[in-house]
Design a protein around this ligand. Sequence first.
Ligand code: GLU
Length: 267
Amino acid sequence: MSTAREALTRARRIVIKVGTSTLAHAESGKLNLYKIEHLVREITDLHNAGKEIIFVSSGAIAAGMNKLGIKTKPQTIPENQALAAIGQGVLMHIYEKFFAEYGQTIGQVLLTKENAVDEHARENSRNSLNAILDMGVIPVINENDAVGVDEIRIGDNDNLSAIVAAMVNAEVLIILSDIDGLYDGNPKLDNSARLIDEVTEIDAEIERIAGGAGTTLGTGGMFTKIQAAKLATANGVTMLIINGATNGNLRRVLNGENIGTIFPRRN
Ligand code: GLU
């Protein structure tokens, strides 16, 4: 087992990020309750095992679209803000229900660039998150899309989760994706594409793989995940991309099993 993977077995403060493509059924766009319930159970169990979990979840806009029966994402900012306002409540309602079934209390935190990046505001956000964790509660974080406009948006939850992980000095950030990790080609088009086990340096080649035409899979795609990896690893956080569709992967990777792609922290 590599040193970085071995260290995962001792990690105590962990940020887990899940994207819409894991939370929703690909065909209908409706929420995948089976998946969400399994995820909630696994996260609660990690918490029960003594870990501090910070959960970053997307899905607000998708849940809003579902609720109103809208099939395609609207173009205008106010319409997307409205859908997020509607959907964020729906999402939290489902999380409340499932976490409560396992006896776990959660607290919603909605952030924008303003309170996640500016130094003074960042300190306040950190204090709030630490207080929530000290109470034995799992913060459930999303961007505050209902008031977010381009100037104050982080824009994607891969970067948001890295900002949060750095903010609370987490040891590990786990991004649950809809593929097994970072490949050296596009596994959907190229049979010989191989999963990269460990990325010790995010160089031009890694950026090319992540951003190259046809290799961007999933909602945020690999490009924002690589941006997140840069930010996380430079701030002392080890990042992983693992498949969120496979139940048990969170526990397995934290037990040191060789799954997904690991980006060991750089300082
Ligand atoms: N905050 C957005 C939502 O909840 C998702 C952003 C992302 O997919 O990265 O719908």
